[in-house]
Design a protein around this ligand. Structure first.
Ligand SMILES: NC(=O)C1=CN([C@@H]2O[C@H](COP(=O)(O)OP(=O)(O)OC[C@H]3O[C@@H](n4cnc5c(N)ncnc54)[C@H](O)[C@@H]3O)[C@@H](O)[C@H]2O)[C@@H](O)CC1
Ligand SMILES: Nc1ncnc2c1ncn2[C@@H]1O[C@H](COP(=O)(O)OP(=O)(O)O)[C@@H](O)[C@H]1O
Ligand SMILES: [K+]
Length: 457
């Protein structure tokens, strides 16, 4: 059982292609199913202790994995029963079924067990479970103390995280071979519980990865404030938002932060306030320019944005500024560009996402030739070259005003520090999530900005 941070994410088709490549290279489907079933049995043995196990087997290869796991658990002396919705239909699942010598109970009337293993449907699911199957799964899950899904919870769409009808929330999901988008994208991800990968011995390369802890080492001995990165934040109509972003940039490790458009000194005094003019914007030491938090959408906001876009500094565009641009206006910039939309800002800029959040973020990255941080409970980061990173579940207390301003400031700091746009965005999202994790419940964005420093440590 491998933790998923930093591991590849494969769609159902990519997983099938990986499986086909392994088969073409001489590994049979039955061997892959044996490996999957053995891995599931091993995980269930460790998670279930001595408790009775009920495995639900469907008609496809997910069900086949279930039969293999049941036979292995039985052979290991565990108390295990099997219930099925019908006979297996694929050749590999039929062969696996033959290995199980115990009874197969009808799903609809199966008695509950303390440990429930769902091997009804995996990556082949294309529509909602029929009512009887869905009801049985729900009933047995409610009556179990521990629920474990094989590959994905039955009833979620592997590639886009859609949930078809009522799907129980599992405690653990055992992803076979690699994680799938449904393990990370909502609403499916919330049904998966703790996700662990069961390796099945095939290569699983992907352009999509799960967010991992970035390298956040301390500045080198010879660092000075400008080598650590200078961030300039453009202030707009709601001054607090830019101030929060600036505070976040400072606490995320920028060496020098200026707030452009503010001149009256106030705390924090480490924040350098300057007028927003051509001279300030031309400062060649600026490593990242951030515009958008609290900018407003009036003529002044448009004028500030035009000034920012006219520079060739690495740029982070957030908040209101995302309502004032078009992908076409952005796509020919040469300097690194990061856009940080939430769902509303994404729709305003790119139109309502069609398909999965992952695919939508990738398309947007190509259209704007920018790194996109598509925020939410399931943040997706996508670069124009096709690479993408999906963040695992974050502290839901992040749903507080100003937390996006803090994220934009953190990303600007990491960009100014010299990271590539995708790495800066990913490191910023990680740092933001880690700060929120450390804070626990009901924090405010001001606390979050300060907590970035502890998260960096
Ligand atoms: N990809 C791989 O490398 C491996 C995959 N394995 C397993 O194979 C699974 C995929 O197997 P399958 O492609 O057979 O798919 P599933 O086992 O998910 O079942 C799909 C079957 O059910 C039918 N079906 C789809 N939705 C339905 C619904 N709502 N109601 C009734 N029938 C429905 C489909 O037409 C298909 O016949 C994976 O999730 C995994 O558990 C493992 O055996 C080992 C290796
Ligand atoms: N329910 C949630 N669970 C986890 N993270 C969330 C949740 N809601 C919002 N977030 C995160 O909090 C931040 C909110 O950003 P945004 O919507 O721009 O807020 P604001 O405009 O108030 O600053 C984003 O980083 C987003 O990913
Ligand atoms: K399943």
């Amino acid at each position: 059982m491998i933790p998923i941070a930093g591991t590849p994410v494969l769609t159902a088709a990519e997983m099938r292609a990986a499986e086909d490549a392994a088969i073409a290279a001489g590994t049979s489907v039955d061997t892959l199913m044996q490996r999957a079933g053995a891995g599931v049995a091993d995980a269930v043995r460790r998670l279930a202790g001595v408790n009775d196990v009920l495995i639900l087997c469907g008609p496809g290869n997910n069900g086949g994995d279930g039969y293999v796991a049941a036979a292995r658990l039985h052979a290991a002396g565990r108390s295990v029963r099997v219930a099925a919705s019908g006979e297996p239909r694929t050749p590999a699942a039929i062969a696996a079924r033959a290995l199980w010598t115990g009874a197969v109970e009808p799903l609809a009337t199966a008695a509950p067990a303390p440990v429930l293993v769902d091997a009804l449907f995996g990556t082949g699911l294309s529509r909602a479970l029929d009512a009887e199957t869905g009801a049985a799964l729900g009933r047995l899950a409610r009556q179990a103390n521990l629920t474990i899904a094989v590959d994905v919870p039955s009833g979620v769409a592997t590639d886009d995280g859609t949930v078809f009808g009522e799907v129980p929330a599992f405690h653990v999901t055992l992803a076979l071979g690699a994680a799938k988008p449904a393990h990370l994208l909502q609403p499916a991800a919330a049904r998966c519980g703790t996700v662990r990968v069961i390796p099945i011995g095939i290569p699983t390369d992907s352009a999509t990865q799960i967010l991992a802890r970035p390298d956040l080492t301390a500045p080198p001995v010879d660092a000075h404030k400008f080598t650590r990165g200078m961030v300039a934040v453009v202030r707009g109509r709601m001054a607090g938002a830019a101030q929060l972003a600036a505070s976040a940039a400072m606490h995320a490790g920028a060496g020098y932060v200026t707030l452009l458009g503010a001149t009256i000194p106030s705390a924090p005094h480490a924040l350098v306030r300057r007028r927003l003019d051509a001279e300030a914007l031309a400062d060649p030491r600026i490593g990242a320019l951030l515009i958008g938090p609290g900018l407003g959408r009036d003529d002044d906001a448009c004028a500030s944005l035009e000034q920012a876009l006219a520079t060739d500094h690495p740029l982070v565009v957030d908040g209101d500024a995302l309502h004032l641009v078009t992908p076409e206006r952005l796509c020919d910039r040469h300097a690194p560009l990061i856009l940080t939309p939430h769902a509303g800002e994404f729709a305003a800029l790119f139109g309502a996402p069609a398909g999965s959040k992952l695919a939508a973020a990738r398309d947007a990255a190509v259209r704007a030739q920018a790194t996109i941080v598509f925020k939410g409970p399931d943040t997706v980061i996508a670069a124009p070259d096709g690479h993408a990173i999906i963040a695992g579940e974050a502290n839901s207390w992040l749903s507080t005003a100003g937390s996006g301003d803090v994220l934009a400031g953190a990303i600007a700091a990491l960009l100014a520090g010299g990271r590539r746009a995708l790495d800066a965005a990913a490191a910023g999202v990680w740092l933001h999530g880690e700060a929120a994790r450390r804070l626990g419940p009901a924090f405010i964005a001001d606390d979050l900005a300060v907590a970035l420093a502890g998260a960096r440590a």
